[in-house]
Design a protein around this ligand. Sequence first.
Ligand code: AMP
Length: 282
Amino acid sequence: MSVLEIVRKVADLRARTAQFRAAHATIGLVPTMGALHDGHLTLARSAKLDNVRVIATLFVNPKQFSPTEDLAAYPRDEAADAAALERVGVDLLFAPDVAEMYPENFSTSVAVSGLTQTLCGAVRPHFFGGVATVVTKLLLQALPDRAYFGEKDFQQLQVIRRLVRDLNIPTAIVGVPTIREADGLAMSSRNAYLSPAQRRIAGALPQILQETVAELRTGAPAAPVLAAAKSRLHKSGFDRIDYLELCDEQSLQPIPVARPPARLFAAAFIGKTRLIDNWPVI
Ligand code: AMP
C-alpha cells in the first residue's frame, strides 16, 4: 500500500522528483484544482499504468478566474482529496499555496494565441492565460515524463499540447476520455453547485449533444442543426448558452459541415453554474 506524501514547496517537490529520477523511475503528473471525482481519479489511474511514480497537484489557480467568477466559492477539501489519491496509489501530492506559486512581483505569463481565441477563450478572456501559465510552471517544477489532462476540457488539452510543443517542454501530454455520470453528465467539481432540480436539467446537455452529433454525422449543414439544439437546451431549462459549435478539433475553428476531425463543443449555464461538454463527431 502506498502512503501519500504531501509537499507544499517547489524545493521539496524538486528534491523528491530528483530521487525518483535517480532511481530511474518514470514520473506521471496529474494537475488538478481538487474537489476530486472519478474523472480526476481516472487520470491518476492512467498515470499509474504508464509510470513508476505518480504526482498529483492540487492548486486552485487564481489566475484562471475572473473577479466575477467562483474562486472564493470553489469547493475545497484537501483531506478527502488526499485520501482518494492515496487509494488509487498516487505517490506524492504537491499542494502549494498561492504565495509559493505566485511570489511577490510575479511578472510572467504564458500566452498561447489562436487556439485560445475561440469557444471558452472568447467568453473567458483571462482563462487560458491563467491555465497556460500555471501548467507551464507545474511542468517545469516537476519535469514529468508524462502529464495527464481530461478531454472534458478539450480546448484546454489542445492549448497545453501546443504550449508544450512550442516551448520544447520535454513532457508527453496524454489526453484521457471524459468520465460521465450514469445519465451522461460529464463529471465536474462544479456539478456540486447544482440543486437537485438543476441536476435533473443538467442531464439534458449530454443527451441533446449526442442527438445533435447523430444529425451532424448525416452531413447536414451545421447552422440549422445547432440552432434547433440551442432551442431544445433552452426548453430543457438551460439559461444562457455561451456557445454550441461544430469545430475542427485541431484548429478549434467552426466548420459549416462535419468532416474529420470534427467535434461538437458546448458551454451553457443553469442558474449561475456553467457547464461545458464536447463530443467527437467524425
Ligand atoms: P480541474 O480540477 O477541473 O482543473 O480538472 C483537473 C483535470 O481533470 C483536467 O485535466 C480536467 O480535464 C480533468 N477532468 C475533469 N473532469 C473530468 C472528467 N469528467 N473526465 C475526465 N477528466 C476530467
